[in-house]
Design a protein around this ligand. Structure first.
Ligand code: ATP
Length: 255
């Protein structure tokens, strides 16, 4: 298998101005994610999940260690190169959807392709294809404020897919959704993962969402604690995740 993402020995220390109260948020993390994996990262509040996601997605840089995505080391790129790399190789899905209210759903989905100066016919075809996959092409001309949260998140997943990213990072993608919409979104991820072999990393507190993944990595106190791989059905995996979180302790936002 090909590694899409490889993290070697990353450490992240947040210093305060006087270096007096440094926090070691991540301590010697090693991680490999292969093409076609659908992975959840879970852990108690303050365990370092957001820090890890920020480093993996190039928003922040590690104190030491290396991160390779699609065979490129993030730290070797300057600001402009990193911005371009993020646009071309990474897809993002956020808890708050982050759609632009002044653009229609279709325009939101097209935006990453417009920035890449894609051909107009290509953009039309690609947008129709992705939005139809997620059952939102019939509302393509609507605006984000006039549709449900679940529909907005499906548009956000469509936008994340627009430039055929090497990997999609989703930060609490079900955090603002009811259980029915959460199920729909996780089914969308499952579908693109199976049909297009899209590699997806989901940071979540939601055990139900995590149970749609093929692997769950648990992080505690800035260290990778353990991981489990789905072998049976989703319900069995959900029970296994709940057991692991109970052993991990530390509490989550849902407590
Ligand atoms: N910008 C920052 N400056 C200083 N310390 C920080 C900063 N960001 C995070 N931390 C600290 O780093 C540690 C890890 O935080 P992080 O936000 O990554 O955890 P998390 O697992 O995402 O938590 P949550 O589930 O509550 O979002 C915590 O001790 C936190 O207080």
């Amino acid at each position: 298998m090909t590694s899409v993402l490889e993290v070697k020995n990353i450490v992240k220390i947040y210093d305060d101005e006087k270096d007096q109260f440094a926090t070691k948020a991540l301590n010697r993390i090693n991680l490999k994610i292969e093409k076609g994996e659908l992975v959840a990262i879970m852990g108690p509040s303050g365990s370092g999940k957001t820090t890890l996601l920020n480093l993996l997605s190039g928003i922040d840089s590690p104190t030491s260690g290396t991160i390779h995505i699609a065979n490129k080391e993030l730290s070797t790129m300057n600001k402009e190169e990193l911005a371009l790399f993020r646009r071309q190789h990474l897809g993002f899905v956020f808890q708050e959807f982050n759609l632009l209210d002044s653009l229609s759903l279709k325009e939101n989905v097209m935006l990453p392709m417009i920035l890449e100066k894609r051909d107009a016919v290509y953009m039309e075809t690609k947008t129709k294809e992705i939005m139809s996959t997620f059952g939102i092409y019939d509302i393509a001309d609507k605006y984000p404020y006039s549709i449900s949260g679940g529909q907005q998140q499906r548009a956000a997943v469509s936008r994340a897919l627009a430039n055929d990213p090497s990997i999609i990072f989703a930060d609490e993608p079900t955090g603002n959704l009811d259980s029915k919409s959460s199920k729909t979104i996780m089914e969308c991820f499952e579908k693109i993962n199976k049909e297009m072999e899209t590699t997806i990393v989901v940071v979540t507190h939601d055990v139900f969402a995590a149970s749609y993944c093929n692997k769950v990595i648990f992080i505690k106190d800035g260290i990778l604690d353990s991981q489990i791989v789905k072998k049976g059905n989703r319900k069995d995996f959900l029970d296994q995740i709940i057991d692991c979180l109970a052993v991990l302790g530390g509490g989550t936002h849902d407590d």
